[in-house]
Design a binder for this molecule. Structure first.
Ligand code: F6R
Length: 615
């Protein structure tokens, strides 16, 4: 969960940047660095571990200047090490960059730059950005930082938040946001300006902020800022007055935590993937599970135990693990497991999925499994929670704190964790051909950007919510890998808007729920261009024949579906295994917008608790 801070003004940038990074410490990081322009040069200090290490280094070897950028890094590409920490400097020493996100095509770009004679000093994807800026500054942009950055970012695939500083124009910083790899806030001061990935980093300095939208960039001087689209159109963005109290500050530009958490998902998913994938060798590393090939081969069965949203996540994970690792998976409710005298032995791994790590029913299922001699694994978000402590091995979600009671980003992160687990097991067990593993790793790198593209269409979901919010019953249908997403979509709607909603595997509709369908019941069908598309079309036709109002979640480019459904919400084309993570987002947004339209208390819905510690 990397953090970015930038400063330009009269004061010494270094302590302002370090203080800002300190305020983002809660997000987690493994190294930190700062670059300041001093006496005609870009001076760089970086260190691994906590900010205190960097502070000690700065005390021994200070850097001072009125402009600088800093970063706390959590490794994606390349191990945590000083040479991989940001900021990264170009080979000619003229440009320096900090970056959040994943450059999906960094290997291609690195090869291309190396062929031009560029020498790389790190294993990071980020370094290609600064080398590209240097290339275009020397060639085409006449040294102009804004233009060189604009050209450089047009070569990047993926979602990014970037800040660049130049030795040639040391009076300005350039910030770019593409997709949802995290925010870019511009803090406006008096004769000084700030840049941050997260509001708390600069809230002590100013409350006046501009938030960059996707595909926007800003050139920031001490006394003014110039915001443009990536295509060069000048914008006049709204200046927000961010409230001081910690709760409003934490919500930032969003009305509710749930909304913030939905929109954070490109970033939270990046954080889930971070450190678990070696993108260069296209392998998966799960250090806190750490199974030898023999241990992985010895596992004959996995039993997933979880409750609520985490249970639905387990249903998606079953597809992954059975497909990629060829291990039989059963998914059970944590609340039921101990009442069944389950059959377990040491060849069975019981996988508990729990955001809070404290759900009493899931913990009881884990205890039952332990008593019966099974291996115990957990997928948890809350670090240090009981489910993490009692497990033999665990995978953290790294989604960051989830405050909204309705789970959103933890759901998608726990699905990604299971995708990683399936790849890891397939790799260790030898069931996954190398070419396929490489393809899946490649797909994972694309995921944050795809998520960002779904989020970019949120206005369409909001408009639809205004047409639907007065209905009192909904049916959600999905098939194959997306049938659990129908269940999750229905759960989201019922828990925050108090509308009755049922989720079903689509093929089950004719075995009962079809009796409910009439013009008063919207039917939400996940009908993507995948292996069950034709089946979903026939379910839609059956629902239409009974007068139902059909809303389809469909694949971009599918115009045919518009002739069948009343409303269509599109997600980008993607490999089938990634589609549950994408398809759930419009459903989260729909539940959110419907609840807001009904005036419900979105973050604290009635009768629900974030952590269910009673039976
Ligand atoms: C729904 C929701 C709940 C939780 C369930 C399990 O939005 O949040 O259904 O998923 O209570 O919680 P954890 O994952 O903390 O065990």
């Amino acid at each position: 969960m990397c953090g970015i801070v930038g400063y330009v003004g009269e004061k010494n940038a270094t302590p302002i940047i370090i203080d800002g990074l300190q305020r983002l410490e809660y997000r987690g990081y493994d190294s930190a660095g700062v670059a300041v322009f001093q006496e005609g040069e870009i001076r760089l200090r970086r260190d691994v571990g906590k900010l205190n290490n960097l502070r000690t280094r700065l005390a021994a070897d200070p850097i001072t200047g009125g402009i600088g950028i800093g970063h706390t890094r959590w490794a994606t590409h390349g191990v945590p090490a000083e040479h991989n920490a940001h900021p990264h400097i170009s080979m000619d020493g003229e440009f320096v960059v900090v970056h959040n996100g994943i450059v999906e095509n960094y290997l291609e770009l690195r090869d291309e730059l190396q062929a031009e004679g560029v020498e790389f000093k790190s294993e990071t994807d980020t370094e290609v950005i600064v080398q590209l800026v240097a290339r275009f500054a020397a060639n085409g942009a006449q040294g102009d930082l804004t233009e060189a950055t604009r050209k450089a970012v047009s070569y990047l695939r993926g979602a990014h938040a970037i800040v660049v500083m130049s030795k040639r124009q040391p009076d300005r910083l350039v910030a770019v946001r593409i997709g949802n790899a995290g925010g870019v806030a511009l803090g406006l001061g008096d004769g000084e300006n700030f840049i941050a990935s997260d509001i708390p980093a600069i809230l002590e300095q100013t409350r006046k902020m501009i938030f960059l939208e996707t595909r926007q960039m800003a050139t920031v001087w001490a006394d003014h800022v110039d915001v443009q689209t990536l295509d060069g159109k000048t914008l006049h963005p709204e200046i927000h007055d961010v409230a001081w109290d910690p709760v409003s500050a934490a919500k930032g530009e969003y009305k509710h935590f749930m909304q913030k958490e939905i929109f954070e998902q490109a970033r939270s998913i990046t954080d889930t993937i971070r450190g678990r994938v070696d993108f260069e060798h296209e392998t998966v590393i799960l250090g806190d599970l750490d199974l030898t090939p023999q241990q992985a081969q010895d596992i004959q069965r996995i039993v997933t135990v979880a409750c609520g949203t985490s249970y639905y996540s387990g249903l998606v994970g079953k597809f992954y693990i059975e497909n990629l690792a060829r291990v039989n998976v059963e998914v059970d409710y944590g609340s039921e497991y101990r009442y069944r005298n389950p059959i377990l032995n040491d060849k069975t791994a019981v996988l508990a999925i729990t955001q809070s790590g404290e759900t009493v029913d899931t913990l009881a299922a884990m205890e039952e499994a332990r008593d019966k001699g099974a291996q115990l694994w957990s997928i948890v978000n809350a670090i240090g929670s009981q489910a993490m402590r009692i497990a033999d091995g665990y995978i953290t979600m790294n989604a960051g704190p989830e405050i909204g009671v309705a789970s959103t980003k933890a759901f998608t992160s726990s699905i990604v964790d299971q995708y990683l687990l399936a790849l890891y097991l397939g790799q260790q067990r030898g069931t996954l051909p190398e070419a396929l593993r490489r393809q899946h790793v490649h797909d994972l790198a694309r995921l944050p950007d795809l998520v960002g593209r779904v989020l970019d269409r949120s206005a369409e979901v909001e408009a639809l919510a205004h047409k639907l919010y007065q209905y009192t019953d909904f049916l959600y249908l999905g098939r194959g890998i997306n049938y659990p997403i129908a269940l999750e979509g229905a759960l989201k709607l019922k828990e925050i808007s108090y509308i009755h909603a049922e989720g079903y595997p689509a093929g089950e509709m004719k075995h009962g729920p079809i009796a409910l369908i009439d013009e008063h019941m919207p039917v939400l069908a996940i009908a993507l261009k995948d292996s069950v598309y034709d089946k979903m079309i026939s379910q839609i036709e059956q629902a239409k024949a009974r007068g139902g109002i059909v809303i389809a979640i469909a694949t971009e480019g599918d115009t045919f579906i518009g002739t069948k459904a009343d409303h269509v919400l599109y997600i980008p084309q993607a490999p089938e295994m990634l589609t549950p993570i994408l398809a759930v987002i419009p459903l989260q947004l729909l539940a959110y917008s419907v609840a807001v339209a009904r005036g419900a208390d979105v973050d604290q819905p009635r009768n629900l608790a974030k952590s269910v510690t009673v039976e």
